[in-house]
Ligand binder design. Structure first.
Ligand code: UD1
Ligand code: CA
Length: 469
């Protein structure tokens, strides 16, 4: 049976009170509609149509060629939204999943089970339902005395008695494609919200004597429909728990899952330990046996096996095997740290290669640079890469030694094995194995400290006497 999907994503999401269109609000770093597409793709939908309206260009731009799109120019309800897909899918035979773009927690496992039941029962429609302690706001599943589904009633249209029902419509369904579009022709907007409800299709099919089934989700958390920021934070928490659990089952130690924030696309190798306050974002890849945290934020970066990073921030950076970063280091875009490198406290690296076995141990800024292997950069040494207009490059050869508090005024090259003496401000290239010193020669004035103190003391006494007079 051909599998298709229709994703509803045309609503503005008024209750979010946001400039960002609802389905583009991220949950653990991925827009809600992205999570929905992930689930749909995993059940091998052959054609996926996303109904767009508010923010159509933004939603299309985000999803790209992952789906086909139809425009719902006016948002006249979920039934009206599905009907817009008729031009694309109306002639197809098969099973169509309809799912809302604001239900990011629905899993592909659940979709798979929903479709199994649908096929087994040869149903016209199968609804994914859930039992909630607080069903307020959701459509209710109204069943006959024999337990069969009769219809779905929206919160706003429900009688007192219907509002007591705790089984809700999650907004995800399986339909026989041809019967879905036939039933939609009969849906009216004769209800409190004057909308064309998709949910009315259920009652219509039932009256026609068709088979309608419900599959009650074993995990009600999957059913969350995000309509406001409260539900958004709830979805974020549930998704975070799900992601953390997946990593722990894959062999990652998470010391305190409540204080560890991992976005959906991040990958982490086994035997890595994450300490509290770790935030891993975007396309970050962490290797095996790493120690990350406490208090680390890593975005779109690759961290290789056995690296250790504490109390630091990295974005669009790379850290090689066995290297250590922090505490209090800042790896900015283009920081490319080799193997067995030490990046110590209060060090900032931007757009710079630090090759294997080198050390930048304390209080340095290295920007727009290429640092070779086995280099030692002393405390407080910096690259001076910007003249207010241009960025210039610093090159430091293998085995070079840069003393403490050195300024390297770029463009500049320090040769292999060269030695730059502490406190120097270097403006000319230094050839391989040369020594460079660029500072005032020291002057000694014997006993002068005593003399200086005597003078200062006398001045203080004069001033005190004047004050008393
Ligand atoms: C809907 C269901 C309700 C269910 C709930 C689950 C209907 C009538 N009600 O209610 O039974 O319990 O979802 O979360 O279907 N959309 C469009 N075009 C429209 C209207 C909505 O594309 O004209 C999209 C929205 O962008 C959203 C989805 O459809 O992604 C659901 O719409 P929403 O207004 O959030 O419906 P609910 O009131 O939550
Ligand atoms: Ca909703």
């Amino acid at each position: 049976m051909k599998r298709m999907a229709i994703v509803l994503a045309a609503g503005q999401g008024k209750r979010m009170k946001s400039k960002l269109y609802k389905v583009l609000h991220p949950v653990c770093g991925t827009p809600m509609v992205g999570h929905v597409l992930d689930a749909v793709e995993r059940v091998d939908s052959e054609r996926t149509v996303v109904v767009v309206g508010h923010g159509a260009e933004a939603v299309k731009g985000y999803l790209g060629d992952r789906a086909e799109f139809v425009l719902q120019a006016d948002q006249l309800g979920t039934g009206h939204a599905v009907k817009q897909a008729k031009a694309l899918l109306g002639g197809e035979q098969g099973t169509t999943i309809v799912i809302c773009g604001d239900t990011p927690l629905v899993t592909s496992d659940t979709l798979e089970r929903l479709m199994e039941l649908h096929d087994r029962a040869q149903a016209s429609a199968t609804i994914l339902t859930a039992e909630l302690d607080n069903p307020h706001g959701y459509g209710r599943i109204i069943r006959a005395e024999d337990g069969s589904v009769l219809k779905i009633v929206e919160q706003k249209d429900a009688t007192q008695e219907e509002q007591l029902v705790r089984e809700i419509n999650t907004g995800t369904y399986c339909f026989d494609n041809a019967q879905l579009f036939a039933a939609l022709e009969q849906v009216t907007n004769n209800n409190v919200q004057q909308e064309y409800y998709l949910t009315d299709v259920i009652g219509i099919m039932k009256v026609q004597g068709n088979v309608v089934q419900a599959y009650c989700s074993p995990d009600p958390a999957e059913s969350i429909g995000v309509n406001d920021r409260l539900a958004l934070s709830e979805a974020e928490r549930l998704m975070r728990e799900r992601i953390n659990k997946r990593h722990m089952l894959n062999g990652v130690t998470i010391v305190d899952p409540m204080q560890t924030y991992i976005e959906a696309a991040v990958t982490i190798g086994a035997d890595t330990v994450l300490h509290p306050g770790t935030v891993l974002r975007g396309s970050t890849v962490i290797g095996e046996e790493c120690v990350i945290g406490p208090h680390v934020e890593i975005t779109d970066s690759t961290i290789s096996d056995r690296a250790a990073i504490a109390h630091s921030v990295a974005s669009s950076a790379r850290v090689g095997q066995d290297s250590s970063v922090g505490p209090f280091a800042y790896l900015r875009p283009g920081a490319d740290i080799g193997q067995d490198v030490k990046i110590g406290d209060f060090v900032e690296i931007k757009n710079a290669v630090i090759d294997d076995h080198s050390k930048v141990s304390h209080l340095s800024y290295i920007g727009d640079a290429k640092v070779g292997k086995n280099v030692n950069i002393g405390c407080g040494a910096i690259t001076v890469n910007y003249d207010g207009y241009n960025k210039s490059v610093t090159e430091i050869g293998d085995d070079a030694f840069i003393g403490s508090n050195v300024n390297l005024i770029a463009p500049i090259r320090i040769g292999n094995g060269a030695y730059v003496v502490a406190g120097s401000t270097i403006t000319h290239h230094v050839a391989d194995n040369d020594l460079a010193i660029a500072r005032e020669r020291q002057v000694i004035k014997p006993g002068y400290a005593e003399k200086l103190r005597g003078r200062a003391k006398a001045k203080k006494e004069r001033e005190t006497q004047q004050g008393e007079q």
